[in-house]
Structure formats: structure tokens, C-alpha cells
Design a protein around this ligand. Sequence first.
Ligand code: BG6
Length: 517
Amino acid sequence: MHCLYLLRKTVNCAVQNVMWYFFGIVTGVDMTPHSAPVEPFDLVIFGGTGDLAMRKLLPALLHRFNDGQMPPGSRVIAVARDHGFSSAQYRERVQQALSGKGDHAGLADFLPLLDFHALDVTSAEGWQSFAQEVLRVGERVRVFYLATSPDIFVPICEGLHSHGLAAGQSRVVIEKPIGRDLASAARINDAVGRFFSEQQTYRIDHYLGKETVQNLTALRFGNALFEPLWNAAHIDHVQITVAETVGVESRGPYYDKSGALRDMVQNHLLQLLCLVAMEPPAAFSADAIRDEKLKVLRALKPIDASNAAQLTVRGQYRAGAANGQSAPGYVEELGQPSDTETFVAIKAEVANWRWAGVPFYLRTGKRMPERLSEIVVTFRSVPHSIFEPSAGPLQSNKLVLRLQPDEGVKFWLMNKVPGPGGMRLRHVAMDMSFAETFNVRHVDAYERLLGDVVRGNPMLFMRRDEVEAGWRWADQILAAWANSHEAPNPYTAGSWGPSAAVALIERDGRTWNDDAG
Ligand code: BG6
């Protein structure tokens, strides 16, 4: 059954490759989508029964499998404390979790690759038999994914090391949050670093695996058009918004200790900012790109007690509406009083020659009116208008990169309205939806990132110095908020955040891109 399935996959891939081959002959370019073959590998998921495994990792692996990227002999071993749970029961649980999802073709063939191993990682018992199970097959790529709370990163890494599992082609994947401030992040990095080298350590920020985020690098450095204009002389400001309609729901215990700055800004939004602001790297290589991102993080202008009140806004949602239904407030969801922010807006600045004076407005929140993540680069206005006022106002060019939903790029330009009636101008978008233009399946960020770990490509993962530089900047904001003792501004669930966030940008004569497209 499995062999037949793989045969079918191979034939499908071959047909596609032939199409690309002929396209290549016509254009003279080899456009074959080449997924380099991988050798059989092991992926061990600590926290294998958890939410991340069920919602993201296993569906992503199923897609890798369907694409022929999990050769026969590859194993997925889920580890959790649940004693008395068998591999058969685990497969059943995975089947239930994944068959409820849209695309679960190939699931029956994928399930036999999964095994379950009960292990209490904090106890000495059990490690021996676990290690034997893993080492039963010879040397190969072994990925240890720590989808667990950071409290047990150290016992896991220590256990792996002392049982001979951290050697050879082993690598460890750690999930955010990597610490809750610089000191705790450094502790985690030190602890993991005692057992795994930096080259073996993959720190996931799943935003880096999103298609549009990678396309940003292609747009900036694959086109001659943007780079000469990509600086303070031509760019008025940048907005980065990551809005979610969901509240914190069952994640309250984690979220309340974190808040939006730690959960979203220190990692996802700062990574996006880096990719917009970095200098052209000398090559498309992991360290060349990470070196440039690091320089941006180090150039972020400090926000501390002296300016946090002017440059930041914290918010917390109150009862309102979400997805057309009434929604409780954060405190009701949590079941206790809290001053944790579920919304942040920040006016950041990258203090270097390229960007001095250009605001980077960052904004993220839960229970917003729509799920929308985008980067908006607004160019400066033309220096002088040659048109009569009757032509209408001249608006600035804007490059909008939509991360979700409906990934794509829009470029807003002034155009003449066709037909008679004199020169009438209108701001119109050249709109490219990835789904329509490329007609390819949407690849989830985790799918791409898991593939990169197996191949040993660290480009889309955060290096230790990047994580720590992000915390160095965020820590000062957190300290300023803690010292101010001010509660977050309330906002109604289903709104774009507190009015102070609107004021933050409108004070500068600008507006959030909310409904502008
Ligand atoms: C996670 C945060 O890193 O990203 C969550 O912990 C957030 O709070 C999620 O909901 C958003 O990811 P995405 O891919 O749905 O935008």
C-alpha cells in the first residue's frame, strides 16, 4: 500500500518535472522545482501529544511525506509522559486530529511511520530504553524537536547528550519563547549550548517560514527597482501589523506571563522589521543574512523610561465581538485580574544612515476585527505636483506585503482614470495574489522549516546573538512599563486596539493602513 502510494507520488512528480523541463527549454532557464532528495531520518517530538504537535508539526510532516520528502525508513517518534499509552493509541489520536483537517490525503500511509515512547524526561529511568530505540537504526540525521515548556529543555538536552544522542548528525529544535528576558534567554542558550553546538541548534520563529516573508528578500534583492529607493530619502515610514481575531482562550496560563511584547514583538515582528531594514547581504547564505539582521537589531533606538510613554501603547481587550459573535474580555477568559497586554503598538526607529528618522510603526493584538498580517512600506510624496487640483489629490506609492490571509503583494500607484473628462487621478493597486499567480499549494511555515532542519539549512532560524539582541531592546521597554505601574489601555474586542494606538501614529500626521488595502 505504502509502496503503491509512493509510486503514484513519484509518477506525479515526474510528470510535473517534465512540464518544468519543457518550460526550461523554451526559456533557457532550469525552472524545475527541485526538492533535493533526503536520506531516511528520525524526528523525535518531545511534547508529542501537545497542541503544537497535533496542530502544526504532524500536519506539516504529512505534507512532507506526501511530497516524497520522508523516504521509507524515516521515523517520527513522539515522546510524552503519558505512560500506558501505546503507539497504536497514538496513531489513533493523530488520525482523529488530522482527519478533521481539510487536506489529509495520504494519512493512512503516513500513520505507520509514527511511534510513541513514554518518557519522563526529568527522571533517570526510561532514558536507556528510549536511547536504545532511537539508536536501533544506524547513524542518520536525528532531529529532536522540543515542543515543550522551556523549563524542561535542559533535562532533555542533558538526557540526549548523556545517552549518546547528541552526537553525529543530531540537531535540536527549540520553540519560542526562548526566555522571558535577556538573562533567561542567555541561561537557556547556555544550557542548550552545553550539549549542542550552535550549528546543531535551530531556534524556530515560524514567521520566517512564511512565503511572503521570504518573498521580501526576493523583491528587495532580485529587482533593481526598489533598492535605490529603499532608504530615508525616499521612504516615509513602514508599518508592520500582525492582527489576530482569536483571544487567548485556553493559552491563558502561558500568555498571562508573557503578553504581546514577549509573545509576538520580540520575535516575529522584530524579525520582519529586520528583513525590511537590513543591508543587502553579500550572499544568500544563512550567516550573511543573519549578520545583517543582527546589525539592524543592534541599531534599534532604545525605548526606555524616558520615552516609552510617547513611543509605545499597551492594550488589553474587554468584552466585545469576534467573528460576528459576542466575545468575553481577556480577564474573563483568564478568570482572574491581570495587567498583561494583549495589544502593543510601538513607534520604533533604526538609528543608522539608511533609516535615520524613518518611523517603523509596529502593531500586534488579539481580538482585532480581522486576521491580517502585513508590511506596508510608504514612499515619500512627489516633491511637486504638476496637476490641477481638479485632478484629485496625489497619494504616496505604497508597497504592501500581505503575509496572511491571501498572501501576496500590492503596489499602489497613481493612475489616470481612463476616458474623457480631463486628467483625473486615482490611487490604484497592482495586485498580485500568490495563489492566483503561481497556482501552487499553500505551504505552511512549519512544513518548510521542518524540511530545512532535516536538510541542515539554518537560514530561516534565529541565531543566538539575534535572539539576545532582540531581548536587549525589549527588556528596556518591559522595564519602563513595569516602573510606570500603568494598566494597559482597554479596547473592545473586535476593534483595532485602544484609541491611544491611533493617536500614536496620527500625531505624526499618518494613519494605520487598516482598510486601505
Ligand atoms: C505564536 C504566538 O508564536 O504565533 C501566538 O505564540 C500567535 O500567540 C501565533 O497566535 C500567530 O501565528 P500565525 O502564524 O497564526 O500568525
